[in-house]
Ligand binder design. Sequence first.
Ligand code: ADP
Ligand code: ASP
Ligand code: MG
Length: 466
Amino acid sequence: MNNVVMKFGGTSVADADAIRRLVEIVRGEARRTGAPPVVVVSAMSKVTDAVLRMASEAATGQRETITAGVDELRQRHLTVAEALVPAAQRGPLVEQLEQQISELRAMLTALSILREASPRSLDGVASAGELLSSRVVAGALAASGFDAVWVDARRAIVTDDQYTVAAPLTAETEAALAREVTPHLAAGRLPVLGGYVGATKEGVATTLGRGGSDYSAAIIGAGIDVAEIQIWTDVDGMLTADPRVVDTPRVVSHLSFGEASELAYFGAKVLHPSTILPAVAKDIPVRILNSRKPQVAGTMITATPPRNERPITALACKRNVTVVEVTSTRMLMAHGFLRRLFEVFERYRTAVDVVTTSEVSVSVTIDDNRRIGDIAHDLREFAEVAIEPEMALLCAVGENLRSDPAFAIRMLAGLDGIALRMVSQAASRRNVTVVLRDADVALAMSQLHDAWFAQPETPKPLEAVR
Ligand code: ADP
Ligand code: ASP
Ligand code: MG
């Protein structure tokens, strides 16, 4: 198919001006490809944080904040709808927004009465952000002359019931997309969906994990086999370092699927870590683009990008992770020890990122430390445990590392003077990761970035790379 999926993140739908830019970008793509795209949008910026905060306040019985919080969200969406859709066409949209807002208010009130916020109820609340924003964007596109139709993501993406981190069910989702999305495209209509949101087979709303709209776009793109998945965001593409940490990162023009996955997994927030999986399955290119600078080429992610000359492709960091060091002089060499150790993390559904071992100890890092008390308690049944909070992962990624056996040594030399807690090189040899104090990560990343990315690359226009 010629169709593309275009995903716009929170800042790219934040207000009326942002949505006007979105409309023009969509117009350009529809013209270029000669086919309507599928548009996937995030909640307006900060809305997901706001509704989740309201849910946890409601669960602790703070009912007063619900009214003000929901009123503010209502006003924000109605104001944008008024700015983008002429009064004569606005009636049905306003009604749908009001309906969604009332549902949100009712859910929050229920949580405040029950004093609970289970993962399942949180997903009901969290899905409101994307359901609202996608209605507004569909309305704005329709008002600008597109034959745009709103598609309920809860009917298009079928997931398991791991609420707040649900995984898509591939066969069921393909069938749902064939029913809910493909017929619109075939008829020349432009489908608009909220990202991040899905539903179980029974139709209960789920979410794909924070930042999950990228993943939705890829699931939809792979499900209907589009020509390209576009992630429109607020930076020029995948950058050589985290722009919140390093002042002058550069755009990486091409990445492999493998490099993009590693960078996303190790903290490059511009992509949700699962985004690449559906793209790999169908070999669909993913492009990251800046919705404020639509003429700039951005980053292209494919299976086999052209070779670049740099020793590494990019750096990423994951901040505020926790190191758990498990020591057992008696048991480490005994078989079964590692199984027992990892079973504890599994019991508390806590993912481990980096692992290193010595004769008497195993150190692991975890990102989510909500269950750390339980984890430490269970580990102490058979080992000594030391917890180090406020640590960070710093990761160098690149296909070229495979053919550069001395890279790790140069990386460590480049970090001279900074205390490293763990070092790991994956067997794929596509990444080298160090664990250090969070307070040192800015200096460490800048030092490595200065060493490897001193030469700026001039961004190319998008037209030049098509
Ligand atoms: P969106 O709302 O469009 O999904 P996100 O905030 O989720 O946007 O992701 C974009 C942000 O990711 C950027 O503003 C930037 O701060 C952050 N980021 C972290 N690492 C990188 C990186 N290597 N390249 C680009 N952006 C990065
Ligand atoms: N709105 C969701 C979040 O803030 C999903 C996304 O933006 O991708 O996590
Ligand atoms: Mg995001």
